[in-house]
Design a protein around this ligand. Structure first.
Ligand code: PEP
Ligand code: MG
Length: 893
């Protein structure tokens, strides 16, 4: 029988694991092992693997005897390393028990510190530390943490006893508590726990250890962790590892400290050491927002207008040791790190390193700087940026010239500007957002329980907490603007009001926060467009050199077309002509055309539309300066254009010089019960060829006009929607060729153009070989193709999609990210069959999926020529296309 190894040791300059074993050891365990091997001062410990977590859940939460033996051996190794024994009354070993999954899930799962203390070993700790106050404080913290996390005792019960004790004994702060006070509190805790649970607090240290291990594995399935995984698309079967590690204490006196730091600024990306620390404190104190953390560096202190001394000043030697660790870790990992450290009686210990979460702006700056510093290559820089995160850089920031009423300032914890109505709870945030409001979640501080509110809020504002507080870290991860630690805010949850500098802001009032400056403003403040040069331009230029796929935009208005070009689109992949029809000034003529009783009536109305369409296309061609422009002929069901109100019917009747009764009758006639599968797409061109004829004439005449005006030559790509049968395309292509010949005949200007089709129906994909005889290009309309292949209405899927996502029937919404297995196979078939008929057939995609990074990868893999997406997603698609090219070249290597 092969025996699985469940437990991996680390510490004392060596380790059984390494950073590459993240899937097995979790991020924390793998990096503790790596730091040990690098010779950094890591307290010894061991990791129980994520594989065991899976085994644990699959086997009724039992611990096999092999695991017990492995843990015993690993514990013995820690004891040897540290020189103390677990449960020893004189020289007791204390350990921490922490979770650590593959992906970091800040604050989501449980941790127990100071484990191994009981009524006897606490006396040993007094001996060892020579500090009774510290020992009793550690023990009461342990009872509190273990009582809550492992035994399930409500933490308020501990808080109440502590507050009551302080009140009765006139102790204002925790620091006023003496050793005797803590000892008395421990007794009170013991009594309360026994009363709550009907059994005493466990004194057996091994029972404590297994209880904590079970609690950490159990926390993988707690509601907070489940929500977090859902929000971040992390699979449940990854499991968590458990790390058991010798405790080091940052709270054993003034020569002790604890801190968290980033090797570069995680908000801006600037190459400066960036972190916070506290003298004489235990790890959680820094992040919990209980004491105001101090800055690591003098520069950090000055930049944040802090009066508290920096570590650089208070502990210069240890600071420089830590700074060396910073340099070593960055060189080794070749990326910005997020580290945790503790100083115990003048000795530095490293407790964690991991890739640091950063804002999109910081990610960009760090990647570009690291190329300049020759730490990484251009290709690596391109791979480092999450394409979806570019969204944050492409959206507007506050207009520096706009009037603003700043009421206070906090820490610039996560950049971006956001305006919204004030809400004070996560639940209120969800309710208001459901009602269509934009909200800013305002809290004294946030906790993992607020995650659902943070996810829907436009921005987050807190009164307490530093740059590494829960609010700051989570907001950065989500790409939400956040101002943290705005200490002047006086929040009254009960009264639903926040008072700041004599201004009262009530729930529902509009405010604006700027996460880049930390400013909090009254009302809504105007915004401006982002700059696309600098680091952004550099990275995009690298991506453009690497990618194979071309990127176009879906655009029909001049504004869209200009935005698309600014964002680097290489043409228009889809101009939806119907959007031009919906214009308020034109809708009446369009209705007049649709509701006409015969062709003659339609032609009269179409003649009025022609010059408008021609002008639309002229403007587009002008903006696109010779880049390819794909124009799709009218697609939506006529049903969508029908008037509904009596007044609208009367208006149409007047315009068409007919009576309203006829309009009403024709309107009823055109009404469809399933319009998406009805009279739409090329079926319109088949029934009413004069509509397509007008559109095609407008396109060709605009092209001629541009060339006559000395503009860059255009070769319009005319695209026919919703083709299912070749014959449909044959008929419409004949019409297009005929009109082209007429325009050339009249103008005397030679025209080049292409006729192609959208592939939006499964039949079209399957019969692509046939259709390609008439089509010079294909463009996948994956919105309709998803709808028709899955038989799911694209307009109504929202009613049941959440259930399908929750149950894992769909991992992603198939209208947002391509169903590569099903719809993807249709794409694959169509590409192969189309190109078998017409080698080199140009194929693109213009459904929403064209801007979704995972779908772009798929399009690259099956050999499409281009993707087309909305203008704001063009940079995302450019970067995703480059990443796709890099991943396919690495597969081939
Ligand atoms: C599509 O169906 O994917 C498409 C791009 O067309 P529309 O969204 O306009 O139906
Ligand atoms: Mg479509």
């Amino acid at each position: 029988m092969s025996i699985t190894k469940w437990v991996y040791d680390f510490g004392n300059g060596k380790a059984e694991g390494c950073a590459a074993m993240k899937n097995l050891l979790g991020g924390k365990g793998a990096n503790l092992a790596e730091m040990s091997s690098l010779g950094l001062p890591v307290p010894p410990g061991f990791t129980i693997t994520t594989e065991f977590c899976t085994y644990y859940y699959a086997n009724g939460k039992q611990y096999p005897s092999e695991l017990k033996a492995e843990v015993a051996a690993a514990l013995a190794a820690i004891e040897t390393g540290v020189g103390s024994r677990f449960g020893d009354p004189v020289n007791p070993l204390l350990v921490s028990v922490r979770s650590g999954s593959r992906a970091s899930m800040p604050g989501m799962m449980d941790t127990v510190l100071n484990l191994g203390l009981n009524n006897v070993t606490v006396l040993g700790l007094i001996e060892r530390s020579g500090d009774a106050r510290f020992a009793f404080d550690s023990y009461r913290r342990f009872i509190q943490m273990y009582g809550n996390v492992v035994l399930g005792v409500d933490h308020h019960l501990f808080e109440e006893i502590l507050e009551e004790y302080k009140h009765v004994n006139r102790r204002a702060l925790d620091t006023d508590m003496t050793a005797e006070d803590w000892r008395a509190l421990i007794s009170a805790y013991h009594v309360m726990v026994e009363r709550e649970l009907g059994r005493p607090f466990p004194q057996d240290v091994h029972e404590q250890l297994w209880g904590a291990i079970g609690a950490v594995f159990g926390s993988w399935m707690n509601p907070r962790a489940i929500t977090y995984r859902r929000l971040h698309d992390l699979p449940a079967d990854w499991g968590t590892a458990v790390n058991v590690q010798a405790m080091v204490f940052g709270n054993m006196g003034e020569n002790c400290a604890t801190g968290v730091a980033f090797t570069r600024n995680p908000s801006t990306g600037e190459n400066v050491f960036y972190g916070e620390y506290l003298v004489n404190a235990q790890g959680e104190d820094v992040v919990a927002g209980i004491r105001t953390p101090q800055h690591l560096t003098v520069a950090g202190k000055l930049a944040n207008h802090s009066d508290l001394p920096s570590m650089e000043e208070v502990m210069p030697e240890l600071f420089s040791q830590l700074d060396n660790v910073r340099v070593l870790l960055e060189r080794h990992y070749r990326d910005m790190q997020d580290i945790e450290f503790t100083v115990q009686q003048g000795n530095l210990y490293m407790l964690q390193t991991r890739t640091g979460k950063r804002t999109a702006a910081a990610a960009l700056k760090i990647a570009v700087d690291m190329v300049d510093e020759r730490l990484i290559t251009e290709a690596e820089a391109v791979q480092r940026i999450d394409p979806a995160s570019l969204d944050q850089l492409l959206h507007p920031t506050l207009d520096p010239k706009a009037k603003r009423t700043v009421v206070t300032r906090g820490l610039p914890a996560s950049p971006g500007a956001a305006s919204g109505r004030v809400v004070f709870t996560a639940n209120d945030a969800v309710i208001q957002v459901t009602l269509g409001e934009a909200v800013i979640l305002v809290r004294i501080e946030t906790s993992p329980d607020d995650i659902h509110g943070m996810a829907v809020a436009k921005g987050i504002l807190t009164a307490r907490g530093g740059m590494t507080s829960h609010a700051a870290v989570v907001a950065r991860g989500m790409g939400r603007p956040c101002v943290a630690g705005a200490g002047e805010l006086r929040i009254d949850y009960k009264a639903q009001v926040v008072v700041v500098n004599n201004v009262s802001i009530k729930a529902g009032d509009l405010i604006t926060i700027d996460g880049a400056t930390g400013e909090v403003m009254l009302g809504k403040v105007a915004t401006i467009q982002p700059a696309l040069s600098g680091d952004f331009g550099k990275l995009m230029a690298w991506a453009d050199r690497i990618r194979r796929l071309k990127v176009r935009a879906n655009a029909e208005t001049p504004l869209d077309a200009r935005t698309a070009r600014r964002f680097g689109a290489e043409g228009i992949g889809l101009c939806r002509t119907e959007h031009m029809f919906f214009d308020a000034a034109r809708i009446i003529v369009v209705r007049e055309m649709i509701l006409a009783e015969d062709e003659a009536g339609r032609r009269t109305a179409l003649a009025k539309i022609l010059p408008m369409q021609q002008n639309d296309f002229f403007e587009l061609f002008q903006i696109m300066e010779g880049l390819p422009v794909t124009i799709r002929l009218l697609d939506p069901p006529l049903h969508e254009f029908l008037p509904h109100l009596d007044s609208e019917m009367e208006e149409v009747a007047r315009a068409a010089d007919t009576d309203v009764l006829k309009v009403r009758q024709r309107s009823l006639q055109l009404h469809e019960s399933n319009p998406m599968l009805g009279h739409r797409g090329c079926r319109l061109g088949i029934s009413y060829p004069e509509i397509y004829e007008m559109q095609v004439r407008a396109i060709f005449q605009a092209a001629v006009d541009i060339m006559m005006a000395g503009g860059a030559p255009v070769a319009p790509e005319i695209m026919v929607p919703l083709v299912g049968m070749r014959k449909e395309l044959t008929i419409i292509k004949e019409l297009i060729d005929r009109v082209a010949a007429e325009v050339v005949g009249v103008s005397g200007v030679a025209l080049s153009y292409q006729v192609g089709t959208m592939i939006e129906l499964p039949r079209a994909a399957l019969r692509a070989g046939d259709i390609a005889h008439d089509a010079q290009f294909f463009s996948f309309g994956t919105n309709d193709l998803t709808q028709t292949a899955l038989g799911i209405s694209r307009d109504d899927a929202g009613t049941f999609m959440p259930d399908y996502r929750r149950l894992g029937i769909f991992e992603q919404d198939p209208f947002a990210s391509l169903d590569t297995e099903g719809v993807g196979e249709l794409l694959h078939i169509a590409v192969e069959r189309g190109r078998a008929t017409r080698p080199g057939l140009k194929v693109g995609i213009c459904g929403e999926h064209g801007g979704d990074p995972a779908s772009v990868h798929f399009c690259d893999k099956i050999g499409l020529d281009y993707v087309s997406c909305s203008p704001y997603r063009v940079p995302i698609a450019r970067l995703a296309a480059a990443q796709a090219a890099l991943s396919s070249s690495s597969i081939q290597d």
